[in-house]
Design a protein around this ligand. Structure first.
Ligand SMILES: [Zn+2]
Length: 267
């Protein structure tokens, strides 16, 4: 078996990580260094499973914060890395020739109890809704890969995020890293046990690749974005396909139509 895969690596959802009160998991906060270490180990376990399953190309996308987090030396030397920020491209380097995307360390969208729950920025957004249904960055990122015809095959994260993932892409293989208690509180599984489970579950995902599907959002779709501050809502630059600005629903919420999930990042 051969294949091309991309592993998208965020950090909030990895084992033994809860962030810091009022600060999330920003660089320099307590817990960030461990999150980098464990995010690297979890993603490296997934990459090893892909190569052991016959993959010939594995791209690691380092997507937390500034996009420069992981310990790249710890990965199989055949890996390549997408890192940094500024291009506004989600899944950089991933095109229709890829067989699957995997999500490591993602987190739930805002919901009671979920550890470090947010979508894209915990200081900027309250919620994102597509056709009235709340979604998170896991779902929107998967839809961007899906628009390019690439299957979502694996998710590892906390129990709440995994539940949300199963609602959206029930075919994907999953591993739970920790059980959420509150935004900065969880009961975690042992970091090595999680890595072992990721290795086995990713191997099973590749073995069952024919049962996997791209996650596709029917386009065009309605997007509603609720911001944490009124001035952020006023500064929203999202536009409808006819180039009119998104409508103002209330002081914090803007709503409109997008023709492509990727357009959310390109205004
Ligand atoms: Zn993150």
């Amino acid at each position: 078996m051969s294949g091309k895969y991309c592993i998208s690596v965020d950090l909030e959802g990895v084992a033994c990580v809860v962030g810091a009160y009022g600060q999330g998991l920003a660089e320099g906060t307590k817990g960030y260094a461990y999150a980098v270490k464990q995010g690297t180990r979890e993603a490296a376990s997934a990459a090893k499973a892909l190569f052991d399953s016959g993959a010939d190309e594995v791209l690691i996308w380092d997507c937390h914060g500034s996009g420069v987090n992981l310990d790249y030396d710890k990965f199989d030397p055949r890996c390549r890395f997408a890192l940094g920020a500024g291009s506004r491209i989600r899944f950089p380097g991933v095109d229709e020739s890829f067989d699957g995307v995997l999500f490591i360390g993602y987190h739930a969208y805002d919901t009671p109890k979920a550890t470090l729950a947010h979508a894209y920025s915990s200081s900027t957004f309250v919620s994102h809704k597509i056709n009235g249904k709340e979604i998170g960055e896991l779902q929107l990122d998967a839809a961007i890969a899906g628009k390019r015809g690439v299957k979502t095959i694996f998710v590892s994260s906390d129990n709440v995020c995994v539940e949300q993932a199963k609602e959206t892409f029930p075919w994907a293989k999953t591993v739970v890293t920790k059980d959420c208690l509150a935004w900065n509180n969880c009961i975690s599984r042992h970091p090595q046990t999680v890595c072992d489970d990721i290795y086995n579950s990713v191997k099973s995902a590749v073995a069952n690749i024919n049962d996997m599907k791209p996650y596709v959002i029917k386009t065009p779709f309605e997007l509603s974005v609720t911001y944490k501050r009124i001035e952020y809502a006023q500064g929203c630059s999202l536009r409808n396909p006819d180039n009119t600005p998104f409508e103002t629903v209330d002081a914090y919420t803007r709503k409109g139509i997008l023709a492509d999930p990727e357009h959310y990042f390109q205004f």
